[in-house]
Every structure is written in C-alpha cells, then in structure tokens.
Write a protein that binds this ligand. Structure first.
Ligand code: NAD
Length: 471
C-alpha cells in the first residue's frame, strides 16, 4: 500500500548514509520517505528498530517516527511527489576492483519509473560514492530512459556524503562542507535551495562544481586520508628501528604544522571499513581504465595491506609458533563507535592468526553479532574483556574503543602470559613497563635482550601465575 501523503524528500538505501539523512531531514520538519529493497531491514525499521549501531540514531529515529514525518517502506512508489530523491545505495566492489554499479543502476531505473508518473520537476541527488562520470553518465541515461524525460525536465546532482560512522548524526547536521556537483545550473540551484532550507543560518561552506568533480573530490578526499594513515605507518616502522623513537611524538610534532594537521596521523594496524579501502580500489581501477597509473595510491594500499601481518609477527617474536596459543583480540569493528565490520582490520588480523592455527578469542562492545556472521564459529567470542583476556598468551588491541583505553595493567593479570600488542596506541607504555611486555606500534622496543627472556622476566614481575609450561 502506497502512502497518500507525499514526501518532500526521499532516501533510497537506508544504510548508514541514507538512514542518517532521512532521520536528520525529518527531525528538521521535512516530510521524508525512506525506501530500501532489503525487506528484513524495512521490517525491523517499521518495528522501530535501527538495524545497526550508530550513536544518537536510534533516539532520533524514534522521534522521527513519532512525529509521523518519516515513513519507511520497500516500494519506490512511496517517493512519488518528492521534490528531491537521494540515492544512498552502495557501490561495492567487483572482483576486478571496479565499482559494482548494479545497486546505483537499479535505483536509477526505479527512480526513472517514479519520475515518469510525476508532472512536476524533481531533483535526483547521487549521494553514493560513484566513479567519475557516473552521475552525468549512466545514472542520467537510465533516468532519462525510464522516465521518458530529458535532463532539465528533472534535475540531477552528485552531492557526495562525507559523514563518519560513529558520528553520522553530528556530521549530517554539521558537515565541514557541502559539495554540489551539478549536471545543469537549475539542478545546482535547486539543491542549494534545499540545503539552505535544511541548514538555515548554519549553511556549511558550499562548493558548486560539475558532477564529475564532485565524484573525483570524494574519491580524492578518501585517497588523501588513506595516504596520511599509510604515511604515518611507514614512519612508525622507522621509529621501531630507531632506538628511543616513538611515532606518537613524531606525529604530534609534524601535526602541529597547519599545512599537515594531526588528524589521521595515528599509526597502527591500518585502515579498514567500507569506504577508504573500497574508494581507493575504485580510483585505482578508474585510473587503469583511463590509462593513469596510480603509483602513490597503490603504494598506500600495499602499506596498509601489510599492517595486520606485522602485529602477528610481533606476537611470534615472543611466543614462537602461534599454533594452539590463545590470542585475545580486543575490538572487532573497523573503528570505535560502530558495529560495522566491513573490511575491518580485526577480521583480517584474525584470519592471519587462524592460518597460524592460533586459538582466537575476541571481544567487542557492539560488533560481536556482525563479526559472528562473518567468522561463524572459527573463533570464540567473549562477552567481556575479562573473559577475553582470561588464560590468553597474548592480547592484541585491534580497535581503539575508549573503554579499552581505560584498562589498567591489573586488568591483564588474568592472562597466562604478559604480552600485549597495542595495535592502536591506546596505552601509556610507562604504566605497563617492567611488568608487561607491551609492544606499541611505532615505538622502538626497550632493551636489547632476547624477547622470550624479557617476557619471562616480566612474567615474574607481573604477578601473573608462574606455572605455565612455557616459562
Ligand atoms: P549500506 O550498505 O549501509 O546501505 C546501503 C543500503 O542500500 C542497503 O540497506 C541496501 O539494502 C540498500 N539498497 C541497495 N540497492 C537498493 C536499491 N536499488 N534501492 C533501495 N535501496 C537499495 O551503505 P552505506 O554505508 O550507507 O553507504 C552508502 C553509500 O554512501 C556508499 O556509496 C558509500 O560509499 C557512501 N558513503 C558511506 C559512508 C559511511 O561511512 N558508511 C560515508 C560516506 C559515503
């Protein structure tokens, strides 16, 4: 059954981007319809349940539903009458590294069908991260074909999303900038007017440009962020070899340069998630197709690919063969404050450990259910940090959840061996020194003694039971 009341704006794809957008627009008084082809997701949403963890989203979603401003469904017809239609579906990757545009294309086809029944001008906005040329290319062609209308009779823009998972609501209400990539001037004017209505006095700095430049800007932004991370990770590797060096001090020092900035200079196990990796892959693939070799981005990606293996090798330096060793992983989500495990580094780390026949147990404050769907019963899942650490030979911090940073050396006394690999630089090395072997990414190891002997000596001082056969 289609709704009778027409929406001001419609969101197609109710994932992190689309649902956050739909909820924020309805909170600001817009009539919003949200459409997703995943019926299970729609059923949950219709019962008032947000199907993923995102701070503030559930509360605002409940308010939006109560106000009657947000209506959710799985049929495109409910977006009939909407002045603006936002495409927020994902292009995942094909095996070749090329963006899989099937979701975007099917949304464009369906929107074309909706526009065919419209008598008024409507604006379509591609919010998904799509390869350069997609909006004014295949999206436009499909909408024109299925609506029977030409650009001008409808509007079309690419306005890429820059929100960060874990801060999706704040970022939607207060982004650093808005990019309006327009296929024609009227489309850009219409979107700017809509944003002015949404943001009122607080309209963020707004860039108007050609759609292709908006698409390129989005990819280039993520490629640059990835570059900063891989850059500092390579500096971290140098620091580990320079006696007394610590990448955190180096990053603090270089980050004070306004031209550089401190953000994204956090050394660790590398980046994961659904955006940076995928977008770099798609940009490299786009470069290949147009005859531009993306040397730098390929290097960035290969530095990143190597990070989890380095943590495993650090554990091996102390424990030798990991077969049968209990390894506790703290964190499963690709970053804190989300349950998203898509391309998450902890999962890559776990796969390497499993290939070494390690006995892996992991804990995450919110991402366990999603990780279980991927890993099944290949590892054990602990419901608390205590359970995770208990009896383990090594602990690897894989996600920098704030609650992990609060752990004290005494919390690790449940381990069998005092070996902690701080893959996210959350611990102050001094508080662990002399008792635990704390390997911090990007900090040169203290002392030149043989690692196994040092571990044994620390074990005696740590207060851990002294009976394990290993020692
Ligand atoms: P997501 O996978 O969480 O959600 C996409 C949703 O689209 C899914 O619920 C899926 O069922 C639905 N869908 C697929 N095809 C559809 C169709 N034809 N019609 C209606 N619904 C359909 O994705 P996401 O993380 O929200 O990302 C969406 C886009 O935004 C991607 O292009 C992504 O790269 C980009 N982006 C994501 C983030 C982020 O942090 N997640 C940030 C910026 C940009």
């Amino acid at each position: 059954m289609e709704e009778k009341r027409s929406a001001d704006v419609s969101f197609f794809g109710l994932g992190y981007v689309g649902l956050a957008g739909a909820v924020c627009f309805s909170t600001r008084g817009f009539e919003v319809s949200g459409v997703d082809i995943d019926r299970r997701k729609v059923r949950k949403l219709s019962r008032g349940i947000v199907p993923f963890y995102e701070p503030k989203l559930s509360e605002l979603f409940t308010l939006s539903r109560r106000s009657g401003k947000l209506r959710i469904g799985s049929t495109y017809g409910r977006s009939l009458g909407a002045r603006a239609l936002f495409i927020c579906v994902g292009p995942p990757s094909l095996k070749s590294g090329r963006a899989d545009l099937s979701q975007v294309k099917s949304a464009a086809v369906a929107i074309g069908g909706v526009l065919r029944r419209e008598s008024r001008y409507s604006l379509v906005v591609v919010r998904s991260t799509v390869p350069p040329g997609t909006t004014n290319g295949v999206v436009r062609r499909l909408i024109e074909k299925y609506s029977g209308k030409k650009l001008g009779e409808f509007g079309l823009c690419c306005s890429p999303e820059f929100l960060r998972e874990g801060r999706a609501i704040d970022d939607t209400f207060l982004p650093d900038r808005l990019i309006i990539g327009e296929c024609d001037k009227r489309s850009g004017d219409t979107l700017e007017a809509l944003y002015k209505r949404f943001y009122g006095q607080n309209l963020p700095p707004t860039v108007r440009c050609a759609a292709v430049n908006a698409e390129l800007a989005k990819h280039a932004s993520n490629a640059f962020l990835a570059t900063k991370i891989s850059f500092i990770n390579e500096i971290a590797d140098l620091c580990e070899k320079a006696p007394g060096a610590d990448v955190v001090e180096v990053a603090d020092a270089i980050g004070m340069d306004k031209r550089i900035g401190r953000q994204f200079l956090n050394a660790g196990l590398g980046y994961g998630g659904s955006c940076l990796l995928k977008d770099a892959r798609h940009l490299i693939n786009f470069g290949n197709r147009v005859g531009v070799e993306m040397h730098l981005l390929k290097g960035v990606t290969s530095v990143n690919d190597d990070r989890p293996r380095r943590a495993v090798e650090a554990a091996e330096r102390f424990l030798g063969n990991l077969s049968g060793r209990r390894v506790a992983i703290l964190g499963l989500s690709f970053k804190p404050e989300t349950d998203d495990v898509r391309e998450a580094v902890p999962l890559r780390l776990i796969r390497i450990l499993l290939r070494r026949n390690a006995d892996v147990i992991a804990h995450d404050p919110v991402a366990t259910a999603n990780a279980r769907q991927v890993l099944g019963n290949e590892i054990k899942f602990a419901s608390s940090v205590r359970e995770c650490l208990s009896g383990s030979d090594c602990c690897i911090v894989a996600t920098e959840w704030p609650q992990f940073s609060k752990l004290r050396p005494s919390d690790f006394l449940l381990m069998r061996r005092p070996l902690i690999i701080d893959g996210r630089r959350i611990f102050e090395p001094r508080s662990f020194s002399g008792k635990f072997e704390l390997i911090s990414v990007g900090r040169s190891p203290s002392g030149s003694e043989d690692p196994e002997r040092r571990l044994q000596s620390n074990h005696r001082k740590s207060g851990l039971p002294t009976s394990p056969p290993f020692l």
